[in-house]
Design a binder for this molecule. Sequence first.
Ligand SMILES: Cc1ncc(COP(=O)(O)O)c(C=O)c1O
Length: 394
Amino acid sequence: MALLSERVLNMSTSATLAMAAKARELKNEGKNIIGLSLGEPDFNTPDFIKEAAIQAINDNYNSYTPVDGYAELKDAIIQKFKRDNNLTYTPNQIVVSTGAKQSLANVAMVLLNDGDEVILPAPFWVSYSDIVKLAEGVPVEVSTSIETDFKMTPEQLEAAITPKTKMIWFSSPCNPSGSVYSEAELRALAAVLEKHPNIYVVSDEIYEHINFTSEHFSIARIPSMYDRTITVNGVSKAFAMTGWRIGYIGGPEKIARACNKIQGQITSGANCIAQRATIAALEASTDKIQYMIDEFLKRRDIVLELLQEIEGFNVNVPEGAFYVFPDISSFFGKTLRGKTINNATDFSTYLLEEALVATVTGEAFGNPNCIRISYAASEAELRQAIQQIKEALQ
Ligand SMILES: Cc1ncc(COP(=O)(O)O)c(C=O)c1O
């Protein structure tokens, strides 16, 4: 009998973490690698949030919390949904988890049976596909390209639906493309879903605040979608709190209670101090984090301008998150410095070895023509990295 389960043997390792490990290896060999592969803000957690955590420690918040989160935190989440998204939830519709990643895993486990299909507009966030497979679901990738700003059209959605379709999962703003679905685009997708009342929607809004368009729109605001949308969010990205591990969902009560049941057997709930800190984060005015959003926008524009100077890079204008997702397929078949580039993975590896810049292959996100470059790095690092990329491609 094999030691490891088929479940884990069939899983792929996170490509972003694999790239970070490879970059670390080269760093240990003395190479000066500029890391643009991780999806992590390079800011410190704001002081007002840190102070709330210190206060919680001093106030002896040290016991198990309610499995689905402190009542005060659930209230803060309810207020946040109302204030930012015009969504109304009751406490029984909210579940706090150990990061949005766990929120997504909970939803997959409570909704999927063997063979149920989940539509993933590609490019999608790297973990979606493996989370779905872990829950015995079948990811159904719908390819998009730079021509449609990496967004799925209603026609594509309609064509991907089968009697086995259980859910559609997407992020807006999107990791990795930075694309933001407008209200009109979401209404058009909703019109297709209205014809298929048994399909649920997972709307991953973790980059909500890192949105350079004038408005973020939640698909659950569309009345026909509210009862079948699970809105996923968290504090990792906008509040620079990746390591605090707090995410949450708002959704139909039946689904929330099922997530609570799963969590009760697996984690007993999220960390108590991080939950108290999250109350401070969510209750604060979003003005308090605007300096980070402004900085991301500034960097996006610098990166776009510099990348456009590199022949062969085809770049869209990402409207949110902190990534650019250039199409680099024009390099396929070329040989540079004796190395042949056949695909995005070869290209990303070439940049690591020859430009000393860590990026992530688009293959990990379901798009084999692109690479993801994170601009959650200082302006000086970004300028230096792109200069090195330019030189390595000459
Ligand atoms: C689209 C998307 N969803 C979810 C997550 C997970 O966030 P968390 O840190 O809250 O688990 C990430 C993190 O990279 C992400 O990019």
